[in-house]
Ligand binder design. Structure first.
Ligand code: EPZ
Length: 416
């Protein structure tokens, strides 16, 4: 499974270019089967989750080609509505295929999805929404079997603003005969990206980014060439790294507005931030001061996907910080690993109290999930001495090979 070896203690200097957002690309890949015509996606990161999604599409009968960061999907040969078990078990976004398969083939069959072990991660809101549309949904032996033959538009209230459920239902409504209304929707930028993608294919979707989305059914969708939004979570990860490690780091190809809740949290006392068209520069001004409280919230609140990285930053900040994880049940697993590096973190339920220490020391630690693993890379880069991070396949799911990328900004990192 491989490990990273990192000699820490050096600042981050130079620039990194951010690729397309994992959590947009995965959804757009699911949406690509809504047309039998060719779909071309630019800026696709070479990461594990995208590779799994491409495998799922191939097993459904799609022709998929990757040339560098460009992925081409031709689903004219789509011959199955049964999402392959093995890859689906690895990936949460396999469940997003339910909506697009139902729209294309009126049928869809999947296993309960996999993904990071950060909580229960039910799909009840997805399935309740599909049932509201008149889809019959059978759940037996861990399989979900959907029949959308009699699906009709509906006015649906989501129990909570679930990103995946919002996206799944947007895709399930595109060909229904009339207008569907989705209420209490997630407002993440990736939802807006999906709306823009669908409309570029000829759909009539309105309201993404707000809590009410309307989908007016159309007869068909046509092919498209599209560039997904940049990955705000990868950008946020390296912005936090620049404050933790010191240095001056420029991030190219970012949308600063997508990071506003993080930028508001990075302590003005210890870093200067220069957001300008399409890029952000973060210049460290010394040891960061602790941020008294950070609560993860639905967008535009502080993103849960940056919570582990923020916890790592607070572990070396001056003072005490409280971090509350409101979205997922068990997303503090990497705190245990940070403590092996000298961090002083007490976790109780969904709250972590972090008493900052002047410096972490290198240790052997284990990545437990995608963002937790990324937080260990930041901690190891900031720590004094050598660290080894095992189980880095978790990190590979959402970050391109860091042993190729981070040396560009001065990090001493090798992959074994
Ligand atoms: C998406 O997951 C992202 N994944 C996650 O990113 C991200 O953390 C999450 O949104 C929240 O922003 C992708 O887009 C592939 P949710 P998703 O449905 O859609 C509960 C990463 O690191 N819920 O918004 O699965 C759920 O348990 C990953 O890149 C239900 O109760 O998240 C959670 O508590 C991790 N029933 C909350 O809603 C449902 O049917 C938010 O989940 C669905 C969700």
């Amino acid at each position: 499974m491989g490990k990273y070896i990192i000699e820490g203690g050096r600042g981050l200097y130079g620039s990194l270019t951010i690729k397309g957002a994992k959590n947009s690309v995965l959804t757009l890949l699911a949406a690509s089967i809504l047309t039998p015509e060719k779909v071309v996606l630019h800026g696709c990161p070479d990461i594990g989750d995208v590779a799994v999604m491409l495998r799922i599409l191939r097993k459904l009968g799609c022709k998929v080609e990757r040339t560098g960061d460009i992925v081409e999907i031709d689903s004219s040969g789509l011959h199955s509505y049964k999402i392959a078990c093995d890859p689906a078990k690895e990936l949460r976004s396999s469940v997003f295929m339910l909506g697009s398969l139902l729209s294309r083939l009126k049928r869809a069959k999947a296993v309960y999805p996999g993904g990071c072990d950060i909580g229960l991660r039910p799909i009840d809101i997805h399935l309740a929404g599909l049932r509201e549309l008149g889809v019959t949904v059978g759940e037996r032996h861990g399989h979900i079997d959907c029949d959308g033959t009699n699906a009709e538009p509906a006015d649906i209230m989501l129990d909570l603003p679930s990103v995946g459920a919002t996206e799944n239902l947007m895709m399930a409504c595109v060909f229904l005969n009339g207008v569907s209304i989705l209420r209490n929707c997630a407002k993440e930028p990736e939802i807006v990206d999906l709306q823009n993608f669908l409309n570029a294919m000829g759909a009539k979707v309105r309201g993404a980014g707000g809590s009410v989305i309307t989908v007016e059914g159309v007869k068909r969708l046509h092919g498209v060439e599209y560039t997904p939004i940049p990955d705000r979570i990868v950008a946020g990860t390296w912005a936090i790294g620049a404050v933790m490690c010191g240095g001056k780091l420029t991030l190219e190809n970012v949308i600063p507005e997508h990071l506003s809740s993080l930028l508001a949290k990075l302590p003005k006392s210890s870093c200067k931030i220069y957001p300008r068209d399409g890029k952000i520069t973060i210049e460290s001004k010394g040891r960061p001061r602790a941020v008294p409280k950070t609560e993860t919230m639905y967008y535009p609140g502080f993103p849960t996907d940056l919570q582990a990285q923020m916890t790592a930053l607070q572990s070396v900040s001056d003072g005490t910080a409280v971090i509350v994880e409101n979205i997922f049940e068990t997303r503090f697993r990497s705190a245990v690993e940070l403590c092996k590096m000298g961090a002083n973190i007490t976790v109780s339920g969904n709250t972590a109290v972090v008493r900052g220490v002047p410096e972490l020391y290198g240790s052997r630690v284990v990545a437990t999930d995608l963002r937790g693993g990324a937080s260990l890379v930041l901690a190891a880069a900031a720590a004094s001495g050598r660290s080894e991070i095992d189980e880095i396949h978790h990190i590979d799911r959402g970050y391109e090979d860091l042993a190729a990328i981070l040396p560009q900004v001065g990090v001493d990192i090798k992959r074994e």
